[in-house]
Each structure stands twice: as structure tokens, then as C-alpha cells.
Design a protein around this ligand. Structure first.
Ligand SMILES: Nc1ncnc2c1ncn2[C@@H]1O[C@H](COP(=O)(O)OP(=O)(O)O)[C@@H](O)[C@H]1O
Ligand SMILES: [Mg+2]
Length: 261
């Protein structure tokens, strides 16, 4: 099957000041020479400890931050060479689900307004807006009455359903889910993961699924990338890596979850 995404030798160096009172410049090599592909329809896991560069990789893929070097192709075209029109259509095709549904939803907006905001930005007509709204809210397991409510009236799991609906409403092809269940109770995590799987089937989605939890990735993903300190340690079929990890780092990651079990 064809690649929807190709990440080629991508690096990111953040340049920041040591602190507000200092002129000392600090360079952080957050991502070093990272390359991988995602096939259409695939759920690719991206695993690594906090600070290893997972969010930096996803922000570069979605054109939210510039890359320092390398190249990212979406359906064969370099995302950093898109003209205005291509960028606009990319902003529909590629969406993000964030870790924390408490901070990612505007507390002052009703669910309905949260969901239709992206449609308004893209100038959808009123009848299209209503159709997409009701279909999407049903698809994520919420109902019509929920549209008039505010985020604080919902549980964490339901809020994440709203966030998923918002990512879905423009009918993207590719979604990055950045630790989408890490902030949720363990009892709720499986429901949200199963929902993401069902939505992938229903809407022909492709996911990059980011997590620091190897168990979650093993359950959902066929293939996984293991990252450590900005670099890829190993990549391959989940079950094979679980059975036969090649790198010391992966073995350590695996033994740390085995003890948690
Ligand atoms: N805006 C930024 N400026 C400077 N350093 C950053 C910035 N964002 C992230 N970093 C650093 O880059 C590294 C990778 O961060 P991140 O991509 O958020 O990792 P992860 O998502 O795996 O936890 C960390 O050392 C982090 O402190
Ligand atoms: Mg992160």
C-alpha cells in the first residue's frame, strides 16, 4: 500500500534563552535524524519516555512548528513547499487529538460551537454543517442533547469524545493522537481506544498514535517506532518487537512495563 506520510532525516533544534534575565542561548537537539513512513490505513505507534521528542515530531508533521532540516512528504508532496491553497486543504486532511481534554476544549464554548468552529473556518454551508455535526456526534457515542452543554459538564472520557469529534468533523485522512488516553482513568482508556479503532475503520483513517504506554500501543498498533532522546531506537512489527527486542533500550522499556503488570 502507498505511503500517506514520509518523514525523511528530520531534525529539530530548539533555540531558547536560558531564562528571562539572561542572554545565554541554549540549543536543544530535540529530534535527530528521524525517518519513518506511514502507510495509508495504518495505525503506527510512536513510543518513548517523556521528553524524547514525540510531540516535537508530531508538531513538525502538522506544520505547527518549522523543522530544522530534513523533509516531510504528505501524499508525496513536501508539506513545507505547499502553496496557500494546498496548506488550506492540508489543514483539513491532517488533524490532531491532544492528551488533555481538560485544557484542549474552550470552557466557555458549548459543545456545538466547539464542533462547528472548524466548519465555519472552512466556509461550510449551514445544511452541510448540521449534517456533519449530527453524524459526527453520533459516531463518537454522544447524543444531540450534549450539544447544548459545556465541557465542564462532562467526564474526562466524554470530553475526549468531544475532542475526537472535533478532529473528525472535517473528515480528515490522517490523525495524530498525542497520548490521547494518558490523562484518563484506566477504566475509560479501553473505551476511547476502541472508539479510535472503530472510527479508523468507518472513515478510512490513518493514525500516528503517540504513547509512553507500550501496553496501549501493543493493543492498538500493528507497527511501532521506539524513540529515545530524539532518535529512533528501533522500528517494526509490534508483536515481533515485544517478543524479540533488539536494542537494550527497548528491553528496558519492556521490563519496566512487565513489573507494572
Ligand atoms: N518550545 C520549546 N523550546 C525549547 N525546548 C523545547 C520546546 N519544546 C520542547 N522542548 C524540549 O525538546 C525535548 C522534546 O520535547 P517533546 O517533543 O515535548 O517530548 P515528548 O513529547 O516526547 O515528551 C525536551 O527536552 C523538551 O524540553
Ligand atoms: Mg509530548
Amino acid at each position: 500500500m502507498e505511503n500517506i506520510l514520509e518523514v525523511k532525516n528530520v531534525c529539530k533544534t530548539y533555540i531558547s534563552k536560558e531564562n528571562a534575565f539572561s542572554n545565554k542561548i541554549i540549543e536543544t537537539n530535540a529530534v535527530k535524524n528521524v525517518s519513518f513512513n506511514i502507510k495509508k490505513g495504518e495505525i503506527k505507534g510512536l513510543v518513548g519516555e517523556s521528553g524524547c521528542g514525540k510531540t516535537t515530531v508530531s508538531n513538525m508533521i502538522l506544520k505547527l512548528i518549522p523543522l530544522t532540516s530534513g523533509q516531510i512528504l504528505f501524499k508525496g508532496s513536501d508539506i513545507n513547499e505547499f502553496d496557500k491553497e494546498k496548506t488550506r486543504s492540508f489543514r483539513k486532511s491532517a488533524q490532531m487529538i491532544f492528551q488533555n481534554p481538560y485544557s484542549s476544549l474552550n470552557p466557555k464554548m458549548k459543545i456545538k460551537d466547539i464542533l462547528i468552529e472548524p466548519l465555519k473556518i472552512f466556509n461550510y454551508k449551514k445544511n452541510e454543517i448540521n449534517e456533519l455535526l449530527y453524524e459526527t456526534i453520533n459516531s463518537v457515542g454522544l447524543n444531540k442533547n450534549d450539544l447544548a452543554r459545556y465541557p465542564h459538564e462532562f467526564s474526562g472520557g466524554q470530553r475526549q469524545r468531544v475532542a475526537i469529534a472535533r478532529a473528525l468533523i472535517l473528515r480528515p485522512e490522517f490523525i495524530i493522537a498525542d497520548e490521547p488516553v494518558s490523562a484518563l482513568d484506566v477504566s475509560i482508556q479501553a473505551q476511547i481506544i476502541n472508539l479510535l479503532y472503530d472510527l479508523k475503520e468507518k472513515y478510512n483513517l490513518t493514525y500516528l498514535f503517540i504513547s509512553h504506554d507500550l501496553n496501549v500501543v501493543r493493543y492498538l498498533c500493528e507497527n511501532v517506532i521506539i524513540m529515545n532522546r530524539g532518535e529512533i531506537e528501533e522500528e517494526g512489527n509490534c508483536e515481533e518487537i515485544f517478543k524479540n527486542p533488539k536494542k537494550e533500550y527497548t528491553k528496558t522499556l519492556l521490563s519496566s512495563i512487565a513489573t507494572l503488570d
